[in-house]
Design a protein around this ligand. Structure first.
Ligand SMILES: [Zn+2]
Length: 410
């Protein structure tokens, strides 16, 4: 089979690192990789047999990364996943994945639920979707954010057949075993639930979860495998102890303080706010009173947390954490964040910064030779108007992943 060769000619290439648009370039793609980015006029060495596509001055930018998704969460009631057929969940996940790709996301990091099988199906092109970095289950203590049992349920260690987002484990040995099992199944990172959560039925937001010994054990297991830990946490107390124990990626972080910001910077840890989910959880409704009360607390503080983190120089990646019917708001995070951050910083959080978090700098989130041919052709200049990224139906003219067009209206 000959390698496919595509040239996107007369492109305005978004140089994310430099924060500028480079006018009239051509982007040469060979197989699944970007081979060259050069002035459109340069030479005539268009590879023979290459398909030349004139993008007519539109913006070519890297495909987007979402560093916090749950691609199997077809229901916003996460307990539903635990007693449904995994085949059904897989088919619903395929729909969610396709919609994510059609919004311009070409890489997503799953925070619980996706496994090696889904990642494989996408990699083989059997399902149209963003490449998935997965953790398998999010690990939770009994009564923690990954424990979906109601108070009246006494079944041991969870409620279903293991196809939910979380897995319950208690004690250092059980935590190590659970980490090793996810690593055995090919996990890209380990996920820990380290504080109460909004949609978990029995915990309080202010709870810290897992002992420091358990957290350190998970960090050690991850690092032994060349991986890192991402952790769900809201409060300053939960976030700070996680960072001190070596957790590298902190999710949500709505209730942090200046002390947390200093710790983030000192340890080089990452923060992944997920503000879109709080904005829309309330709108979609159907939640019990306890969830609505918890929601109010995190919603009001999320933007302030982002603001102090950005001002303090914390490394930030784009995340959304949407569930069930709310997935369609995945691009809303751009609008929310741009209230406290310049457009280029929000774009970086979904491209170059996310790539650094994934340890894929130079390969992901960038239009440059040697990078994955994951790119978008956009009508408009996202540096001046982030709204052009929020209307994919009309303004996202082409979506390429691994050198293959999944949408092409050029
Ligand atoms: Zn999550």
């Amino acid at each position: 089979m000959t390698e496919n060769r595509i040239v996107l000619n007369h492109a305005a290439v978004l140089d994310v690192a430099g924060g500028t648009l480079l006018a009239d370039r051509r982007v040469v793609i060979r197989g699944g990789t970007i081979d060259g980015v050069e002035p459109a006029a340069a030479g005539n060495a268009l590879a023979e047999g290459a398909a030349v596509v004139d993008v007519k001055g539109r913006t070519v930018m890297p495909g987007l990364c979402d560093a916090h998704v749950h691609v199997t969460a077809w229901s916003a009631n996460l307990a539903d996943l635990e007693w449904t057929s995994p085949f059904y969940t897989g088919i619903r996940a395929a729909e969610i994945l396709k919609e994510m790709l059609m919004r311009g996301f070409t890489t997503v990091r799953d925070g619980g639920g996706a496994d090696f099988g889904l990642a494989q199906a996408v990699r083989e092109g059997r399902v149209a979707g963003p490449r998935i970095l997965f953790c398998g289950h999010g690990l939770s203590q009994t009564g923690g954010h990954g424990d979906m049992r109601g108070r009246g349920m006494e079944t041991a260690g969870g409620i279903g057949a293991g196809f939910g987002l979380g897995e319950v484990c208690d004690g250092i040995d059980a935590v190590r075993r659970a980490c090793r099992n996810e690593i055995r199944k090919g996990a890209d990172h380990i996920k820990l639930m380290l504080s109460g959560g909004v949609v978990s039925p029995t915990d309080r937001l202010g709870n810290s979860q897992f002992s420091e010994e358990e957290i350190r054990a998970a960090v050690e297991e991850a690092e032994m495998a060349g991986l890192y830990v991402m952790a769900h946490a809201y409060t300053a107390r939960a976030v700070n102890r996680a960072i001190r124990c070596g957790v590298r990626s902190l999710e949500h972080c709505n209730l942090i303080d200046q002390g947390s910001v200093d710790l983030f910077v000192k340890q080089g840890a990452w923060m992944v706010p997920t503000l879109a989910t709080y904005e829309v959880l309330g709108l979609e409704g159907g939640y019990p009173e306890t969830v609505i009360a918890k929601l109010a607390e995190v919603k009001d503080n999320g933007l302030r947390a982002l603001e102090i983190a950005a001002r303090g120089g914390v490394k930030l990646a784009y995340g959304t954490d949407l569930l069930g019917p709310m997935h369609r708001h995945q691009l809303r995070e751009f609008a929310i964040r741009s209230a406290v951050q310049p457009a280029i910083e929000v774009i970086r959080s979904a491209t170059t910064y996310a790539a650094e978090l994934f340890r894929e700098t130079g390969r992901t989130g960038i239009i440059a030779p040697g990078a994955r041919a994951d790119l978008l052709v956009v009508e408009g200049d996202p540096l001046k108007d982030l709204a052009c990224l929020q209307d994919p139906e009309h303004r996202l003219l082409a979506i390429m992943k691994d050198g293959v067009f999944y949408k092409n209206r050029l």
